[in-house]
Design a protein around this ligand. Structure first.
Ligand SMILES: *Cc1c(COP(=O)(O)O)cnc(C)c1O
Length: 410
């Protein structure tokens, strides 16, 4: 069988003396410092550089939020809280992490279907903006506010009447568990006027993992248009408009990094056009993956090597229990390889085609399928790039009861 083409090393992590460097530390030194494999390592300078580069092109008045579900390691969230304008959370656990950073509750928003009364009570008491996902949730928030004698800060999560085209994961358009259908929103806005709610505006998130500026531009343009149409029915001026995110990062051979410049330019045009129509609105974009995804790696160690009927398998101590996405089981239809390198032996005169698998007793536990890599030995360190988002916190760590992994922020 033909091997998939070998990935080049990724530019964000330099190579010195044939070793990958993370945060200026050679990988094998880092492994010694961490004290175990497998581990995740995130580079704070890369995260900061990504935020600065984005800020340099985004209009000044845009508020940049970090969506915690991409990577909820408290140190990462703390770091991002200092360089962004707010945090988006999707559970009580994430809300705790966000509040612990010291970010003002008015700059934290809480989305997600199925919020329990316990979660809503905590959110109302904390004063975070609740993105209401249904009419039932709205009634419960109002009741909780009355019981606590607090006017809850709320916005309506709108399920738009359009989709983010060619998005990796569609989150809006058509029937969805997320948000209130756009056509129901005028009615809901009338109801809000009769409840003790501090209505702030709308949250419209149409999809995730998009690499095409044209698709993002189209979605953002339609989002502004929809917000303006709905604002006519609002009981008070729109003070807050969260237009979602959807900026993707390249994972697979042939994918090209998103060029955010045209998206930022279009946002400036939209701000100019809508300033008279939504004069009091603070415009928020919320990004998860784009801010952290490329700044992280997952590192595991070669435990065994075997040949089975002509195919070479490299067996590591890391696998889908720590990194479900790299195994291809987190939303992929056809399994493709994440970029991989041998971190302590980045290039080598001799290569071979191998499949890298984890220790789990399931054929799904593949980290790299038939990839040409330097010939590996037991103890070598396998690195999965693009692992800063939807890595550990999107993985079934306890499946098969292997040891947990750890995360470090450098
Ligand atoms: C998941 C999610 C995000 C983050 O999406 P990314 O693709 O990681 O940028 C933003 N907003 C909401 C409401 C989400 O559910």
């Amino acid at each position: 069988m033909k091997a998939t083409p070998r990935h080049e090393t990724m530019a964000q992590f330099p190579v010195q003396d044939n070793q990958l460097q993370i945060g200026g530390i050679p990988l094998s030194t880092l492994a010694a410092r961490v004290g175990q494999t497998p581990f995740y390592a995130y580079d704070r300078q890369l995260i900061s550089a990504r935020v600065s580069a984005l800020r340099a092109i985004l209009p000044d008045t845009i508020h940049l939020h970090y969506a915690i579900k991409a990577n909820s390691m408290p140190a990462v969230v703390q770091h991002l809280s200092a360089i962004t304008d707010g945090l988006d959370v999707a559970s009580l656990g994430e809300m705790k992490i966000a509040l612990d950073t010291g970010v003002s509750p008015g700059n934290i928003s809480f989305a997600g279907p199925g919020k329990t009364d316990k979660e809503l009570t905590a959110a109302v008491a904390a004063g975070v903006i609740i993105n209401m996902e249904s009419e039932g949730e709205m009634e419960r928030v109002a009741n909780i506010g009355n019981a606590l004698s607090i006017r809850p800060r709320v916005s309506i999560r709108v399920n738009p009447d359009f989709e983010l085209k060619t998005s990796g994961m569609k989150m809006g358009g058509g029937p969805k568990p997320f948000g209130i259908d756009a056509e129901r929103v005028p009615e809901v806005l009338r109801r809000i006027g009769s409840l003790e709610l501090d209505f702030r505006g709308f949250h419209i998130f149409s999809g995730s993992q998009n690499l095409r500026p044209e698709a993002l531009i189209e979605a953002q343009t339609k989002t502004f248009e929809l917000a303006w149409r709905l604002s006519e029915h609002a009981p008070s001026p729109i003070e807050w408009l969260n237009i979602g995110g959807g900026f993707g990062i390249p994972y697979f051979p042939g994918e090209k990094a998103l060029d955010p410049a045209p998206v930022a330019e279009n946002l400036q045009t939209l701000l100019n056009n809508y300033a008279p129509r939504l004069p009091e609105a603070e415009i928020v974009i919320e990004l998860g993956r784009y801010l952290v995804g490329e700044a992280g790696i997952y590192v595991c160690e070669v435990i065994d090597k075997k040949v089975s009927r002509g195919e070479t398998f490299v067996v590591t101590n890391g696998g889908l229990h720590h990194h479900l996405a790299a195994s291809g089981n987190f939303g992929q239809v056809i399994r493709k390889n994440y970029p991989v390198c041998v971190g302590n032996r980045v290039s080598s005169g001799t290569t071979e085609v191998v499949s890298i698998v984890g220790p789990l007793c399931t054929p799904l536990d593949i980290l790299a399928g038939k990839m040409e890599l330097p010939v590996m030995e037991i103890g070598d360190l396998v690195v999965i790039y693009q692992s800063g988002a939807y890595g550990l916190n999107a993985s079934p760590q306890d499946f098969l009861s292997h040891p947990h992994t750890v995360e470090v922020l450098l």
